[in-house]
Ligand binder design. Structure first.
Ligand code: SAH
Length: 230
């Protein structure tokens, strides 16, 4: 199974902090409007069948449901999923959450989704190429896929690991292991090997003081990749 128990454990331990807008996962809340807009601009969410892979506490999954998509969120950490379900009860968002890896769900529902999102997860699995191949199987022909992660550069280490986790406390400490970060060329390679076409790679510049994020051409730290299944 393509799961790293130690990584899942980190997310289990912090599940109760997921929806605190000033808490451990602040960075995910801050970048959410930008990534939601990126997806919606390229693959309109209203009425679309969407799977959010590695959804955690549901920050993106719930926002996509609120935008009118029919969303399935999957994750292998039980506590974040429980938090996600409770939060949806509170807000009235209608979506489905399942405990599954993308490989599991691809076996059960191949080609079932018009849009596949997989944000900030690939750097936490033992074999990200396997996760990407499973995401490709989940997508219907002509489906749109969106990945985001952190590049493996000294700048990313300084800003996204040391800065965000240890100085600014906007991500839980120890979340990111430098060796597992993924460069855009590596991600694009795995995406192509999964039979997908890369449409766009954009950097996400995040200002931790204004808490605003914007798209940029600089993909040295956080970035998004849009692909399509032919
Ligand atoms: N995508 C969410 C959460 C990112 S945190 C967001 O960006 O807001 C990464 C999540 O990936 C965690 O919730 C973790 O439990 C999940 N995860 C890690 N490995 C996984 C796997 N093999 N299958 C499914 N989920 C996984």
């Amino acid at each position: 199974m393509n799961i790293d128990d130690a990584e899942i454990g980190k997310f289990e331990a912090l599940a109760h902090r997921w929806w605190d807008p000033n808490g451990d996962f602040r960075a995910l809340h801050d970048i959410n409007p930008l990534r939601l807009g990126y997806v919606d601009d390229r693959a309109p969410l209203k009425g679309a069948r969407v799977v959010d892979v590695g959804c955690g506490g549901g920050i993106l999954a719930e926002a996509m449901a609120m935008a009118g998509a029919e969303v399935t969120g999957i994750d292998m950490a039980g506590k974040p999923l429980a938090v996600a379900r409770l939060h949806a009860l509170e807000t009235g968002a209608e979506l489905e959450y399942l405990a599954a890896t993308p490989e599991d769900l691809a076996g059960e529902r191949p080609g079932a989704f018009e849009t596949v999102t997989c944000m900030e997860m690939l750097e936490h699995v033992p074999d990200y190429a396997s996760s990407i191949a499973a995401c490709a199987e989940l997508a219907a022909p002509g489906g749109q896929l969106f990945f985001s992660t952190i590049s493996r550069t000294p700048k990313a280490y300084l800003l996204a690991v040391l800065g965000a986790e240890y100085v600014l406390n906007i991500l839980p400490r120890g979340t990111h292991d430098y060796a597992r970060l993924i460069r855009p060329s590596e991600l694009a390679g795995a995406v192509r090997r999964a039979g997908l076409q890369v449409k766009d790679v954009s950097g996400m510049a995040y200002n931790p003081f204004s808490h605003r994020a914007r798209l940029t051409r600089d993909t040295d730290v956080n970035y998004l990749l849009h692909a399509v299944r032919p």
